[in-house]
Design a protein. Structure first.
Length: 751
């Protein structure tokens, strides 16, 4: 989707493609009646502006105007290719309007498509950019987006006709234009894989990865030929409908930055070639130019508006288009022929893995071999791709229908990401209450992956700051699906824990040192959940850090097990807009506690905790309902600092200092409402920004029988939040029902 994407450097002289057009006798379009003119449709490039093409197609369908051939560039190739595959304008509109374009042009899967293990990692480490480790050196991502998510969308939509190799045999004959990155020549794609052709035509150089196709490295066709009128002429049409959504040149007043000047240079070159093409139009051809103003090719928030403007521009051209209408019956027959091609889904008779994908051959066969003998289902195939791609270590996982000696099956290919397989992720937590109390922690996660054929991982988690810890686990999946797994783990940690008296006052502050190890067994439930049981052993000490130095040190030792069920379909962990997150856990331990100079005692300890969060959005507004609770089942069991539940702090009774309430039972519910401010993806400092408030009700109780609604504390907060690459940042004020206030500058995870 060139034409407005930033491209630096010179562009080679335009030259024609050496691939000759097929003779007219081989064109297998729906042959029109002799008295009807053959109609060709030309769709220009234009990035997000290209959504206007859908509005034009909707109007042509409303007027019963059939299309006999399509030529498109960049976004015009995507819209045109989807129409050529047999999709209706309304179906294309539904897809384009529902796509999350931030996800589509991202080099990582949408969070909902991540494996559950990667979602857990995402919760803990909010810094969004991993660093790869290969050959003992840190490696940055390549910087070019592979567009895996968009490719998968296009692949799923075109899978019913993916066995068609000649674009003349599509429900509507089609051509896509790309640019040869080596020579600058336009490349007209007439055959092969339709998804790859659309993807190549869309690949803005310097931003999106080039596509290698038939020995050529291809990028956005708009560089060489943004308005492929001559290409459509070669498809033996009698009249053209040309839709130009290309960019207008900036006025002089806007040429004030290197980016604007570079874009202007590209725009001049593109418009010059487009004007040459427009000059070849004949009086009976129809030119439609939607009035998109200075709408950006990058802003996919304009998709619905652009569709409406395209429909409006086509409606204005109805006096000229009316001559191309056919009868209702003729148009019904035309639609039926187009749809018939999409109904012939093949039976999968084999699964082949590309020779360059041997590393992932076992996983690919494990995922897809059970589809052999079944009729192709695009949704099932796409779901299987999600299972493997969601692990996060692949740059590309592609599939296509192939024909081998008369049998049809799936060809699969996988490519590791540019920086893996081992990588480092980071997390930061900074909190200042503007009263001289500041907390900081910096965390790094090292993941060494693909250690076995099933994808085992050795993980190290290191944190430095107020609460240092070191944690290690070996994740051993028992199958390529990662369905069942074993996780031995060990951890050492140190943290500060306040001692709170009955008057809710901190009387001392202890340093808690803890060493634990365990063995977990679990099952992943697709990518949405996990069931896990673990054996654990935990021992440590606590000693006074601030307070009466005569307070005795405490030693503790626990051993037992836990059972946990987790669910995660949240779209984002920084500022969620939709989905749910839930965790239910039961801990059963024998707890031995002894104070210095006294004999220890052992007793059972059983605790149950629940955390649930749901989010829903309405335009720019988002509502989050979030509830957390925990109870100690052994009423007479002695509780020590390491088994207390704590409340206080931002969104945890925001008007109170952090961890200023402690008890053996707790519960809190919050309602958060926030609104995205700024336009497009921008907010403050070019980061998405939100302004909102929270209503909170909760408390802690020593005895379960004391729990009632009358004892709930009511707090609220107002906040400004920024979604930065380092994690969410909040500037907030909290208010407690007692009249106390708390102020926060907070960086790190809150949900």
């Amino acid at each position: 989707m060139a034409l407005g994407w930033l491209v630096l450097g010179s562009i080679a002289a335009r030259a024609s493609d050496g691939d000759p057009s097929p003779p007219a006798s081989t064109d297998k379009s729906q042959a029109p009646a002799p008295h009807r003119l053959r109609i060709g449709l030309v769709l220009s490039g234009g990035g997000a502006r290209g959504a206007a093409h859908i509005g034009v197609l909707k109007m042509l369908a409303e007027m019963h105007i059939p299309i006999d051939a399509i030529a498109g560039t960049s976004m015009g190739a995507v819209v045109g290719g989807l129409y050529a595959s047999g999709l209706s304008p309304s179906e294309i509109e539904s897809v384009m309007a529902s796509v999350n374009w931030d996800d589509a042009f991202s080099d990582v899967p949408p969070r909902r498509e991540l494996s559950f293990r990667r979602k857990e990692e995402d919760l803990q480490f909010p810094v969004k950019f991993p660093l790869g480790i290969r050959g003992g050196k840190l490696r940055l991502p390549a910087g070019l987006i592979e567009e895996e998510t968009l490719t998968r969308i296009l692949r799923r939509l075109t899978l019913p006709i993916s066995g068609i190799t000649s674009f003349n045999d599509l429900p509507t004959p089609f051509r896509a234009v790309a640019t040869d990155l080596s020579t600058g020549e336009p490349v007209v794609m007439r055959a092969g894989d339709l998804t790859t052709a659309m993807r190549a035509s869309l690949s803005a150089p310097g931003i999106l990865s080039p596509v290698e196709r038939e020995g050529r490295l291809l990028v956005d066709g708009g560089i060489a030929e943004n308005l492929p009128i001559d290409v459509a002429r070669e498809m033996h049409v009698d009249v053209l409908i040309v839709v130009d959504v290309g960019f207008q040149l900036y006025p002089r007043a806007k040429l004030v930055s290197p980016t604007a000047i570079s874009n202007q240079m590209l725009g001049i070159l593109i418009r010059r070639e487009s004007e040459r093409q427009l000059n070849t139009l004949t009086p009976r051809d129809v030119l439609i130019t939607p009035q998109l103003g200075d709408a950006s090719s990058f802003d996919f928030g304009i998709v619905k508006q652009a569709i409406a403007l395209g429909e409006q521009a086509a409606r204005a051209a109805t006096p000229r288009l009316a001559a191309l209408e056919v009868s209702p019956q003729a148009y019904t027959d035309y639609i039926a022929k187009r749809q018939a091609a999409r109904e012939q889904l093949p039976v999968i008779q084999f699964v082949h893995v590309d020779p360059d994908s041997k590393r992932y051959e076992a996983s690919l066969h494990a995922l897809f071999d059970d589809l052999i003998g079944k009729r192709l289902d695009p949704n099932v195939v796409d779901s299987r791709v999600t299972d493997l791609y969601g692990r996060g270590d692949l740059a590309i996982l592609d599939y296509r229908v192939a024909n081998d000696n008369g049998e049809e099956g799936l060809d699969l290919s996988a490519q590791r990401n540019s920086y893996g397989p081992n990588y480092v992720r980071f997390g930061l937590n900074l909190q200042d209450d503007f009263q001289g109390n500041a907390v900081y922690n910096a965390e790094a996660l090292l993941v060494m992956s693909e250690l076995t054929s099933t994808g085992s991982e050795w993980v190290w988690d290191l944190q430095e700051g107020v609460s240092p810890h070191i944690y290690s686990e070996f994740f051993l999946p028992l199958s390529n699906y990662w369905t069942y797994f074993i996780v031995p783990n060990v951890e050492y940690s140190a943290t500060n824990v306040p001692l709170i008296n009955g008057a809710e006052q901190e009387t001392a502050n202890f340093r808690l040192r803890d060493f634990d190890y365990g063995l977990d067994f679990g099952r992943q439930l697709g990518n949405w959940g996990e069931a896990r049981i673990g054996l654990l052993h935990d021992e440590g000490t606590s000693y006074v850090r601030i307070g009466d130095p005569d307070l005795p040190a405490t030693h503790f030792r626990d051993y037992g097990y836990f059972v946990r069920f987790s669910y995660d379909q949240l779209d984002d962990v920084n500022f969620p807009h939709s989905g749910e997150l839930a965790t239910l856990q039961w801990n059963s331990e024998n707890s031995w506690v002894a104070q210095q100079g006294a004999a220890g005692s052992e007793s059972p300890l059983n605790q149950v905790t629940l955390n649930w969060l749901g989010a829903a959005s309405f335009g720019r507004e988002t509502a989050v309902l979030w509830t957390t609770g925990g109870t100690t089942l052994n009423e007479t069991a002695p509780l020590d600092l390491h088994t207390q539940f704590m409340l206080g702090g931002l969104f945890n009774l925001s008007g109170l200092p952090a961890e200023s309430l402690a008890g053996s039972n707790f519960g809190i519910a919050r309602l958060l409402l926030y609104r995205k401010i700024g336009s497009g993806g921008e907010g403050l400092f070019d980061f998405p920004a939100y302004i909102g408030f929270s209503l909170e009700a909760g408390n802690v109780w020593q005895e379960r029988q004391s729990i009632d609604f009358d004892s709930l504390r009511k707090d609220e907060s107002v906040f400004l939040g920024l979604d930065t690459p380092l994690g969410p940042v909040y500037l907030a004020t909290g208010f407690d029902q007692t009249g106390t206030e708390a102020f926060y500058l907070f960086l790190g995870r809150t949900f």
